[in-house]
Design a protein around this ligand. Sequence first.
Ligand SMILES: Nc1ncnc2c1ncn2[C@@H]1O[C@H](COP(=O)(O)OP(=O)(O)OP(=O)(O)O)[C@@H](O)[C@H]1O
Ligand SMILES: [Mg+2]
Length: 454
Amino acid sequence: MSVRKIVFRCQQCGYISPKWVGRCPDCQNWHSLVEEAAPKNDGQRAGGPLLSVPPLALANIPQPLETRILSGMNEWDRVLGGGLIPGTVVLLAGDPGIGKSTLLLQGLALLARQQRVLYVSGEESAQQLKMRADRLRIDSANLYIFSENSLEDIFQACAQTNPAVLAVDSIQTIHSRSLEVSPGSISQVRDCAAKLMRLAKEQNISVFLVGHVTKEGSIAGPRVLEHLVDTVLYLEGDRTHAFRILRVVKNRFGSCNEIGVFEMKEAGMEEVANPSQLFLSERPTGVSGSVVVCTMEGTRPLLVELQALVSPTGWMQPRRTSMGVDGNRLSLLLAVLEKKLGFNFAQNDVFVNVAGGVRLTEPAADLAMITALMSSYLDRPIAAELAVWGEVGLAGEVRGVGHALSRVNEALKLGFTRHLIPKSNSDRLLLEIEADCIGVKSLGDVLNSIFDGG
Ligand SMILES: Nc1ncnc2c1ncn2[C@@H]1O[C@H](COP(=O)(O)OP(=O)(O)OP(=O)(O)O)[C@@H](O)[C@H]1O
Ligand SMILES: [Mg+2]
């Protein structure tokens, strides 16, 4: 009788050790190794029977028909790169309770108008899903609900209902009987996802997987799933605010810079056609430290309010707190302001926040951060009709950024008639559009043009 071999696998990084150790030698996490059966060796070697489908020359592969399934919900279709491609695997990840199941159910109901859809929930019963569907006013004869945790039963349900789209909510609750480890462990998550991926590719079924995000911010079962699937979507948002951003992190079949903006309401997620207006709706006017920045999210310009507060510190070491912008970027810009303009932040706490829980990752937000910091430091408000964007370098120079025309047009649409932008951008822009642009080359220019030299 063969003896079952045991190994210990790190639940954080997947490292395999023949014996138990308290700390993973690879990722250095404590108590992350869990006992499991050793992977089977299939004993594959060269020289076996001929392949039924041998490798093909690229020129001989027939031209595929690119058919995308459109749901009709613009924000949803856009983040998927212009609709869902049959046979793709999409991972929808997000914090607990952010609205993943709600959004998915709504999206699936729209897809079910054209295709048969199977929604598998390992978390909620069929009755609970019915209650949610009633609240969202969803009713579809083509949307099948299956409350189950076993992967084998899901495959069976798929064979019986023959859906074009399958959704599994969530991948962490599903287990395969072939592995003797609990659901949610890294090997179960990886194994189940790989089997669902194979199902998607072999039978041309589009698969949605819902994934929970762990405390550390990675998709539980760590980032292994991100590599496996075709598209990774993150549903983000501040739980205290009603709007949610569906962000593409990876897309094998489309742009990975797109975002979709939704508002969470009693009747579910509602598309926000004009997010800039929503983000600016509660903006105070005539107060120092508040600036409107025009940032690009993929192909779409977005106006958001950036706020800075510079106030005398009561601590030995002043605080630097940033929400929605990178803390390192803030430190860097503070250092540039000190060096180039002689500002002194050593006795001041500095807080920066992007209103509405939006995250600004673009360097084009630099100039807005600088302007907000100057405004708060000098306690001088910025004109309400001014929109700001541009990158700032270590030498205090203001550098040009892309998509200038889209940014200016978006700002004009929302009533921002003046634009504080890099000189290189304004020179080229003024050839194309008639706009009131203040082109700046350095931080000194910013101080002179909108704060009259401080
Ligand atoms: N009756 C209701 N009216 C308004 N909003 C509701 C109502 N019921 C639930 N919600 C909202 O829906 C959210 C939960 O949505 P959902 O279950 O889709 O989230 P989830 O991301 O799937 O959560 P989980 O990680 O637990 O699966 C709640 O946080 C709440 O804001
Ligand atoms: Mg859920």
